[in-house]
Design a protein around this ligand. Structure first.
Ligand code: 2BA
Ligand code: 2BA
Length: 109
């Protein structure tokens, strides 16, 4: 058995969970925050048998889209009198960042 942990854009999470449950998979969503942009995203956990992993990954790929976001980089360390003019840079935000973990045991009581 595997636990598929998928970090996705909050805007894609609802559609992805609907697609997963419609296809018969079980899922849990938690609200998370990315360390770099410090913006909300969603982490979706799917526990499933090994043979289902490719299908789940396909559903994740089909339902999550890459976006470009403009962010102001953190200011550098400055000497007194120096001026820093921030220039926004564009950052490509996935799609989905997916980790597939081995499950040693699972139970429902
Ligand atoms: P954030 O940490 O807010 O990162 C948003 C996007 O900023 C990333 O998109 C990446 O393009 C860029 N980025 C992040 N850290 C960076 C760094 N140290 N230097 C330069 N650019 C950086 P994605 O890679 O698609 O990641 C989207 C979200 O997925 C991340 O949000 C984070 O919450 C999560 N994530 C991605 N990789 C991860 C990892 N290896 N471990 C844990 N969480 C991860
Ligand atoms: P929910 O997804 O809200 O599911 C509530 C209950 O609805 C489930 O109880 C199950 O009886 C049923 N159910 C859920 N998805 C279904 C599906 N695709 N087809 C048919 N019936 C479905 P539990 O199995 O006791 O699960 C309680 C909660 O534990 C779930 O809430 C979910 O958040 C989490 N969960 C359970 N199995 C999971 C798994 N394999 N991966 C990730 N999260 C899981």
């Amino acid at each position: 058995m595997k636990l598929i942990m998928s970090i996705v854009n909050s805007d894609d999470a609802g559609r992805l969970v609907a697609a997963l449950t419609q296809a018969g998979y079980r899922a849990t969503t938690i609200s998370t925050t990315g360390g770099f942009l410090r913006q909300g995203n969603a982490t979706i956990f799917v526990g499933t048998e090994d043979e289902n992993v490719p299908r789940v990954l396909q559903l994740i790929q089909e339902n999550c889209h890459t976006r470009t976001q403009y962010v102001n980089p953190l200011p550098p360390v400055m000497e007194p009198g120096e001026i820093y003019i921030p220039t926004p840079v564009d950052v490509q935000v996935g799609g989905a960042t997916v980790f597939v973990l081995e499950v040693s045991e699972s139970a429902r009581f």
